[in-house]
Design a protein around this ligand. Sequence first.
Ligand code: SME
Length: 153
Amino acid sequence: MNDHPLLIEIEALSSKAAKRDEFLMETARAINHQYPQYNWVGFYFAKEGKLHIGPYVGKTTPHTVIELDKGICGAAFNRGKTIVVDDVNTDPRFLACSITTRSEIVIPIRVDGEMIGELDIDSDQKAAFGDDDRILMEKVAELVGETLSRFKF
Ligand code: SME
């Protein structure tokens, strides 16, 4: 797993990262490039009790700020654990960023043990996120957290 091409690419981005948002944007692009079926890939960060959108690739979303008790994003933040939704049409928590989205994964990002944000990925395919996807994206979120610990917030 640790020699997965995506992790190698993101490790390379991490080692040369100079600006936080540039690193996040390049990471989102790398994920979307290696996994084109992940149609929307982006970040949310907690600030003053809400989740605020960070760099992303994919369609423009109306959900630039999400309350902690709303959406799959809010649910994952409250639980502090990854949430995978195989069919967003059956999940009443879902906030639609695109009507074509069918499945979603949201993974918390921690910096020095503190949950500071999330990696959010939507797919137009139903059940696009199996166990292998989840484990890989949790590693990506870990790597992002380690990298962000080098930047001041
Ligand atoms: N679907 C998310 C909202 C964010 S957009 O998908 C980018 C949610 O339900 O929290």
